[in-house]
Ligand binder design. Structure first.
Ligand SMILES: [Zn+2]
Length: 398
């Protein structure tokens, strides 16, 4: 059994050990030591990294009760010196304790139970057993930060099971055998945990909730703690400053500016639509006068050159909404290809434009589809636009 030096002193950064065994597995080397400072991944906390005998570790995990140190190249047997990636370890301890402070607070305030800690990069997430609303979450966030600023010592204790049952916010797994390791923050949290934590709450710096989503009948809450929270705040600040410069306002004016811009866009769109309709109206009227009568329908055909899909749709609406018996066959040719639209008013039940559309879009070498009263799509073969429109009109007439 490897001695777990990380429990003796979570602040030690270097150590010496003896290599007990080394074996090759798929091009990687698995090393067992007599003692280690490297915490293996477990309990939601990722493993420590660093170097062993100057060789970079790629993973540390527990397997069959052993702590396995994985490297990409072999080590010389015998004595070895290990150096922890301390920046990584310190952040993991900040994140882990930050999670305890939040989980303890939401339990104390709202009796919401949390589980399944995951620390993934800068992100900490936990799941609640019942849905947690944002007010409750933010209240717990605030309490967690009060605990940070109170700079409470973090204790590791091994009480008897009776005491654990009385005080713990969650019980150890059924297969846990005493002594059970309890991580205690006076007045905030008391929970079985095998992970590593900073030695006082003040070192967490800040706990910030980022988001929350529904998850399996409860909530999944995303947090940033410690240096990772600082990085997040710095990147948000960077983006906010760009928005402030772009919108020429302070951060508290950004939402008002966006609302004003949205309503301007809305007004411009309405104006634009009215203008397009006004410009296309004479064309729609003249096309209606030239419509080909086929039974109870008037077939209106037209090819627009260098026009947009939007303009074609406008013309389509002017024709079909103006006369319920009109069936429009419109093609719009531009640099992107041919936009084809065939249809009639929504209320027309006695026509199915799809066979005509399929025929024409096939000639155009394109794709698309729709309903019996309206079909549209894009084709590539703009040379064949006249042939396609003729073919569609012929299908509609028969
Ligand atoms: Zn924990």
């Amino acid at each position: 059994m490897t001695a777990k030096l990380f429990y003796d002193d979570p602040y030690a950064k270097e150590f010496d050990a003896e290599i007990l065994s080394q074996s090759e597995h798929k091009g990687k080397y698995h090393i067992i030591l007599d003692s280690t400072l490297f915490y293996p991944s477990g309990g939601g906390q990722p493993c420590d990294l660093g170097t062993l005998g100057g060789v970079e570790l790629v993973d540390v995990h527990e397997s069959g009760g052993e702590i396995v140190h994985v490297t990409a190249s072999p080590l010389e047997s015998g004595h070895v010196h290990g150096v922890l990636d301390w920046g990584r370890r310190f952040e993991l301890m900040q994140q882990h304790l930050g999670e305890h402070l939040f989980a303890g607070s939401i339990w104390n305030l709202h009796h919401i139970h949390t589980d399944r800690l995951r620390i993934e990069g800068d992100n900490v997430s936990i799941d609640t057993d019942i849905p947690a609303d944002m007010d409750a979450i933010l209240e717990a966030e605030s309490a967690a930060n009060e605990a940070v600023w109170a700079d409470i010592p973090v204790e590791v204790v091994y009480p008897d099971m009776a005491e654990i049952r009385e005080h713990a916010r969650k019980l150890p797994p059924d297969n846990a055998t005493p002594p059970v390791r309890i991580v205690k923050v006076e007045g905030v949290d008391y929970v079985p945990c095998c992970g590593l934590h900073v030695s006082s709450t003040g070192q967490v710096g800040i706990v910030k909730v980022i988001s929350c989503e529904n998850h399996k009948g409860g909530s999944r809450i995303y947090l940033r703690c410690g240096r990772a929270a600082y990085r997040w705040i710095a990147s948000v600040h960077h983006e906010v400053r760009k928005a402030e410069a772009e919108l020429v306002c302070g951060y508290d004016g950004i939402n008002d500016k966006i609302a004003a811009l949205k309503s301007q866009i809305h007004a411009l769109k309405s104006q634009n639509e009215a203008t397009i309709s006004r410009l296309l109206r004479p064309l729609a009227d003249s096309l209606m006068r030239d419509a080909e009568i086929s039974g109870t329908h008037k077939i209106v055909r037209h090819i627009m050159n260098q026009s947009t899909q939007d303009e074609a749709k406008h013309l389509f609406r002017l024709i079909t909404e103006g006369d319920k018996s009109a069936v429009a066959v419109l093609a719009c040719v531009n640099d992107e290809g041919v936009f084809l639209m065939i249809g009639t008013d929504r209320g027309s039940k006695d026509v199915d434009v799809r066979p005509a559309f399929r025929k024409a879009i096939e000639i155009l070498g394109g794709k698309g589809g729709g309903t019996p009263f309206s079909a549209q799509g894009w084709g590539k073969n703009s040379q064949a636009v006249n042939e396609a429109v003729d073919a569609a009109v012929n299908v509609l007439k028969n």
